[in-house]
Design a protein around this ligand. Structure first.
Ligand code: SF4
Ligand code: SF4
Length: 84
């Protein structure tokens, strides 16, 4: 397991937030395409996704927290997530 250095991590997240704001990027999630593989949930470094195990979907719950790293977009096998 990777151990996060809290001060370095929070500083990085702050910088990523600035970068996301400057690029004006937002997550667009299509729940109809989602098959609940949860890879977005596993890769998101700032916990934007919550698994909905009952419905085999995820819930995207925090546009403001997203740092626009693109990891979830790359990992989703169903093309259910766009960053634009
Ligand atoms: S783009 Fe990155 S930070 Fe934003 S939801 Fe996807 S994995 Fe999380
Ligand atoms: S990776 Fe894609 S298909 Fe899998 S849970 Fe996330 S949005 Fe749904």
């Amino acid at each position: 397991m990777v151990t996060r250095n809290p001060s370095i991590y929070s500083s990085l997240v702050e910088q990523w937030h600035i970068a996301r704001t400057l690029r004006n990027l937002q997550i667009h999630f299509d729940p109809q395409k989602c098959t609940g593989v949860y890879q977005c949930y596993e890769v998101c470094p700032v916990d934007c996704w919550t698994p909905d195990y009952e419905n085999h979907k995820v819930i995207f719950h925090d546009q403001e927290r997203c740092i626009a790293c693109g990891a979830c977009v790359l990992q989703c096998p169903e093309d259910a997530i766009e960053l634009r």
